[in-house]
Design a binder for this molecule. Structure first.
Ligand code: ADP
Ligand code: MG
Length: 223
Protein backbone atom coordinates (compact mmCIF):
# COMPACT_ATOMS: atom_id res chain seq x y z
CA UNK A 1 0.00 0.00 0.00
CA UNK A 2 1.20 3.53 -0.65
CA UNK A 3 -0.69 6.38 0.88
CA UNK A 4 -0.06 10.07 0.52
CA UNK A 5 -3.44 10.62 2.16
CA UNK A 6 -3.96 8.57 5.29
CA UNK A 7 -7.54 7.68 6.00
CA UNK A 8 -9.12 5.42 8.56
CA UNK A 9 -8.24 2.33 6.47
CA UNK A 10 -4.53 3.19 6.53
CA UNK A 11 -4.53 3.95 10.25
CA UNK A 12 -6.36 0.66 10.87
CA UNK A 13 -3.79 -1.18 8.74
CA UNK A 14 -1.00 0.43 10.75
CA UNK A 15 -2.51 -0.65 14.07
CA UNK A 16 -3.00 -4.22 12.76
CA UNK A 17 0.59 -4.36 11.58
CA UNK A 18 1.79 -2.92 14.90
CA UNK A 19 -0.12 -5.68 16.71
CA UNK A 20 1.54 -8.32 14.51
CA UNK A 21 5.03 -6.87 15.00
CA UNK A 22 4.58 -6.54 18.76
CA UNK A 23 3.36 -10.15 19.00
CA UNK A 24 6.34 -11.35 16.97
CA UNK A 25 8.73 -9.42 19.24
CA UNK A 26 6.97 -10.09 22.54
CA UNK A 27 9.70 -12.39 23.90
CA UNK A 28 12.39 -9.86 23.04
CA UNK A 29 10.52 -7.03 24.77
CA UNK A 30 10.05 -9.28 27.79
CA UNK A 31 13.73 -10.10 28.03
CA UNK A 32 14.76 -6.43 27.66
CA UNK A 33 12.40 -5.52 30.51
CA UNK A 34 13.56 -8.50 32.60
CA UNK A 35 17.09 -7.07 32.51
CA UNK A 36 16.24 -3.61 33.90
CA UNK A 37 12.58 -3.84 34.99
CA UNK A 38 10.07 -6.51 35.91
CA UNK A 39 9.80 -8.45 32.66
CA UNK A 40 6.23 -7.52 31.76
CA UNK A 41 6.79 -5.11 28.86
CA UNK A 42 6.24 -7.76 26.17
CA UNK A 43 3.01 -8.85 27.81
CA UNK A 44 1.84 -5.28 28.36
CA UNK A 45 2.42 -4.32 24.74
CA UNK A 46 0.89 -7.52 23.37
CA UNK A 47 -2.18 -7.21 25.60
CA UNK A 48 -2.69 -3.61 24.53
CA UNK A 49 -2.27 -4.20 20.82
CA UNK A 50 -4.35 -7.40 20.86
CA UNK A 51 -7.21 -5.33 22.31
CA UNK A 52 -6.60 -2.56 19.78
CA UNK A 53 -6.66 -5.13 16.98
CA UNK A 54 -10.05 -6.37 18.19
CA UNK A 55 -11.27 -2.77 18.13
CA UNK A 56 -9.98 -2.30 14.59
CA UNK A 57 -11.52 -5.57 13.39
CA UNK A 58 -14.89 -4.79 14.92
CA UNK A 59 -17.26 -4.13 12.00
CA UNK A 60 -18.37 -0.81 13.48
CA UNK A 61 -14.92 0.42 14.31
CA UNK A 62 -14.57 4.20 14.47
CA UNK A 63 -14.91 5.91 11.12
CA UNK A 64 -12.35 8.69 11.39
CA UNK A 65 -8.61 8.33 12.01
CA UNK A 66 -8.91 10.57 15.07
CA UNK A 67 -11.68 8.47 16.63
CA UNK A 68 -9.82 5.28 15.95
CA UNK A 69 -6.63 6.54 17.62
CA UNK A 70 -8.56 8.00 20.57
CA UNK A 71 -10.41 4.71 21.11
CA UNK A 72 -7.14 2.80 20.81
CA UNK A 73 -5.76 5.08 23.53
CA UNK A 74 -8.74 4.42 25.79
CA UNK A 75 -8.24 0.71 25.17
CA UNK A 76 -4.66 0.97 26.41
CA UNK A 77 -5.75 2.93 29.46
CA UNK A 78 -8.40 0.35 30.33
CA UNK A 79 -6.49 -2.83 29.53
CA UNK A 80 -2.81 -2.29 30.15
CA UNK A 81 -1.03 -1.86 33.45
CA UNK A 82 2.52 -0.86 34.18
CA UNK A 83 3.94 2.56 33.52
CA UNK A 84 3.66 2.16 29.79
CA UNK A 85 -0.09 1.39 29.60
CA UNK A 86 -1.28 4.83 30.71
CA UNK A 87 1.57 6.52 28.84
CA UNK A 88 0.65 4.84 25.56
CA UNK A 89 -2.98 5.55 26.34
CA UNK A 90 -2.39 9.28 26.62
CA UNK A 91 -0.15 9.29 23.53
CA UNK A 92 -2.81 7.70 21.33
CA UNK A 93 -5.63 9.78 22.79
CA UNK A 94 -3.75 13.03 22.25
CA UNK A 95 -2.94 11.99 18.70
CA UNK A 96 -6.62 11.25 18.12
CA UNK A 97 -7.77 14.54 19.66
CA UNK A 98 -5.29 16.46 17.55
CA UNK A 99 -6.81 15.01 14.38
CA UNK A 100 -10.35 16.02 15.33
CA UNK A 101 -12.89 14.80 12.78
CA UNK A 102 -10.63 15.05 9.74
CA UNK A 103 -11.24 12.15 7.32
CA UNK A 104 -7.74 12.03 5.87
CA UNK A 105 -4.36 13.42 6.74
CA UNK A 106 -1.24 14.27 4.85
CA UNK A 107 2.30 14.64 6.11
CA UNK A 108 2.03 17.91 8.11
CA UNK A 109 -0.94 16.75 10.22
CA UNK A 110 0.73 13.36 10.70
CA UNK A 111 3.80 15.13 12.08
CA UNK A 112 1.67 17.41 14.30
CA UNK A 113 -0.25 14.41 15.47
CA UNK A 114 2.82 12.50 16.61
CA UNK A 115 4.09 15.69 18.23
CA UNK A 116 0.85 15.88 20.24
CA UNK A 117 1.46 12.26 21.28
CA UNK A 118 4.99 13.14 22.40
CA UNK A 119 3.72 16.14 24.38
CA UNK A 120 1.21 13.88 26.16
CA UNK A 121 3.92 11.37 27.05
CA UNK A 122 6.19 14.09 28.45
CA UNK A 123 3.30 15.70 30.32
CA UNK A 124 2.40 12.61 32.28
CA UNK A 125 5.79 10.88 32.43
CA UNK A 126 8.04 13.94 32.85
CA UNK A 127 10.91 12.20 31.07
CA UNK A 128 13.58 14.26 29.36
CA UNK A 129 15.57 13.02 26.38
CA UNK A 130 18.36 10.64 27.49
CA UNK A 131 16.45 9.49 30.59
CA UNK A 132 16.36 6.03 28.92
CA UNK A 133 12.62 5.92 28.28
CA UNK A 134 10.34 5.65 25.28
CA UNK A 135 10.92 9.39 24.71
CA UNK A 136 14.38 8.50 23.36
CA UNK A 137 12.77 6.78 20.37
CA UNK A 138 9.69 8.99 20.02
CA UNK A 139 11.36 12.41 20.17
CA UNK A 140 13.91 11.91 17.36
CA UNK A 141 11.20 10.31 15.22
CA UNK A 142 8.87 13.28 15.69
CA UNK A 143 11.69 15.76 14.99
CA UNK A 144 12.56 13.96 11.74
CA UNK A 145 8.93 13.70 10.74
CA UNK A 146 8.37 17.40 11.30
CA UNK A 147 11.42 18.28 9.25
CA UNK A 148 10.40 15.99 6.39
CA UNK A 149 6.85 17.36 6.45
CA UNK A 150 8.17 20.95 6.43
CA UNK A 151 10.29 20.01 3.42
CA UNK A 152 7.06 19.14 1.61
CA UNK A 153 7.46 15.36 1.43
CA UNK A 154 4.26 13.27 1.22
CA UNK A 155 3.30 11.01 4.13
CA UNK A 156 4.43 7.80 2.45
CA UNK A 157 7.88 9.38 2.21
CA UNK A 158 7.97 10.95 5.68
CA UNK A 159 6.97 7.79 7.56
CA UNK A 160 10.27 6.01 6.84
CA UNK A 161 12.12 9.14 7.86
CA UNK A 162 10.64 8.64 11.33
CA UNK A 163 11.45 4.93 11.61
CA UNK A 164 15.21 5.18 11.26
CA UNK A 165 15.79 7.92 13.87
CA UNK A 166 13.58 5.95 16.25
CA UNK A 167 15.82 2.92 15.83
CA UNK A 168 18.93 5.07 16.24
CA UNK A 169 17.34 6.43 19.42
CA UNK A 170 16.79 2.90 20.69
CA UNK A 171 20.43 1.99 20.12
CA UNK A 172 21.51 5.15 21.90
CA UNK A 173 19.61 4.10 25.06
CA UNK A 174 22.04 1.26 25.80
CA UNK A 175 24.83 3.28 27.48
CA UNK A 176 22.39 5.55 29.33
CA UNK A 177 21.59 5.56 33.03
CA UNK A 178 17.82 5.29 33.56
CA UNK A 179 16.31 8.33 35.29
CA UNK A 180 12.59 7.52 35.00
CA UNK A 181 10.43 4.46 35.49
CA UNK A 182 11.25 1.21 37.21
CA UNK A 183 14.73 0.98 35.64
CA UNK A 184 15.75 4.15 37.49
CA UNK A 185 15.72 2.18 40.76
CA UNK A 186 18.70 0.22 39.41
CA UNK A 187 20.92 3.29 39.16
CA UNK A 188 24.23 2.41 37.50
CA UNK A 189 23.09 -1.18 36.92
CA UNK A 190 20.67 0.13 34.28
CA UNK A 191 23.66 1.01 32.08
CA UNK A 192 24.55 -1.29 29.12
CA UNK A 193 20.99 -2.45 28.53
CA UNK A 194 18.73 -1.40 25.68
CA UNK A 195 15.55 0.39 26.76
CA UNK A 196 12.43 -1.80 26.41
CA UNK A 197 9.95 1.07 26.09
CA UNK A 198 12.01 2.81 23.41
CA UNK A 199 12.28 -0.49 21.57
CA UNK A 200 8.52 -0.99 21.36
CA UNK A 201 8.00 2.60 20.16
CA UNK A 202 10.47 1.99 17.33
CA UNK A 203 8.66 -1.23 16.38
CA UNK A 204 5.35 0.61 16.11
CA UNK A 205 6.87 3.41 14.01
CA UNK A 206 8.46 0.83 11.81
CA UNK A 207 5.03 -0.76 11.37
CA UNK A 208 3.77 2.66 10.20
CA UNK A 209 6.52 2.91 7.61
CA UNK A 210 5.95 -0.70 6.53
CA UNK A 211 2.22 -0.15 6.15
CA UNK A 212 2.06 3.02 4.12
CA UNK A 213 5.22 2.92 2.01
CA UNK A 214 5.72 1.39 -1.40
CA UNK A 215 9.31 0.63 -0.44
CA UNK A 216 9.64 0.37 3.34
CA UNK A 217 13.06 1.33 4.62
CA UNK A 218 15.69 -1.29 5.31
CA UNK A 219 16.28 -1.07 9.02
CA UNK A 220 18.43 -2.71 11.64
CA UNK A 221 17.66 -6.38 11.83
CA UNK A 222 16.89 -6.52 8.08
CA UNK A 223 20.58 -6.37 7.28
P1 ADP B 1 6.52 -1.01 34.11
O1 ADP B 1 7.86 -0.32 34.16
O2 ADP B 1 5.53 -0.36 35.01
O3 ADP B 1 6.65 -2.49 34.33
P2 ADP B 1 6.44 -1.51 31.28
O4 ADP B 1 7.41 -2.59 31.54
O5 ADP B 1 5.27 -1.87 30.43
O6 ADP B 1 5.94 -0.81 32.61
O7 ADP B 1 7.17 -0.32 30.50
C1 ADP B 1 8.49 0.05 30.82
C2 ADP B 1 8.89 1.18 29.90
O8 ADP B 1 8.06 2.31 30.13
C3 ADP B 1 10.30 1.67 30.10
O9 ADP B 1 11.25 0.90 29.37
C4 ADP B 1 10.24 3.11 29.64
O10 ADP B 1 10.58 3.22 28.27
C5 ADP B 1 8.78 3.48 29.78
N1 ADP B 1 8.63 4.45 30.86
C6 ADP B 1 8.65 4.22 32.19
N2 ADP B 1 8.48 5.37 32.87
C7 ADP B 1 8.39 6.35 31.93
C8 ADP B 1 8.21 7.79 31.98
N3 ADP B 1 8.08 8.42 33.14
N4 ADP B 1 8.16 8.44 30.80
C9 ADP B 1 8.26 7.80 29.62
N5 ADP B 1 8.43 6.47 29.51
C10 ADP B 1 8.49 5.76 30.63
MG1 MG C 1 7.85 -3.69 33.15
Amino acid sequence: MTAEQLGVAEIAAWLREAAAVVRAQQARLTSLDAAIGDGDHGLNRARGFDAVERLVNFPDHPVTPGDLLAQAGRTFQQRVGGASGPIWGIALRRAGQDLGDRQTLEAPPLARDLDAARAGVVEIGAAAPRDKTMVDALAPAVDALQKAAADGLPSDAVAPSAARPAEDGVRATTPLLARRGRAAFLGERSISHQGPGATSVALVLRALAGTICAAPPRLYGDE
